[in-house]
Design a protein. Sequence first.
Length: 147
Amino acid sequence: MTELDDKDRLLLAALRQDSRQSLVALARHAGLSRSGVHERLRRLEAKGVVAGYTIRLGVEDKNPTVRALVAISFQSGKNCDHIVPHLSAMPPVVTCWSLAGTTDLMVLVECASNGDLDTIRRQISLIPGVATVQTHVALRTHFDRRD
């Protein structure tokens, strides 16, 4: 585990709030020099603590999105190598995690409608080697620390 000090935590908290902040604003927030912030961010990036800077489009207000977690179990003898390539070719599947336990994979699916979710769910169930598919629709986001 990468050791973070208080200044690193302050920088990460500030970036979570607004990843577009200037180095000067981040320096002010963390009580560091601009060059000190730049060096810390470079180190955090190199260690994989900061994996990228991104924007999240405000699509919820303009285009309602149906989000669901889809739990996938494999048929005997099948593994991620058989299933994941099919999932990665499906644009509505935005994230895929391997799990320990009775569920082999969990995917996050984002669609424009329940009908689109039903279509992608059916496509997943038809992937050779998939034994079961369980869909859990997200009703509301209470918080998201990825912001």
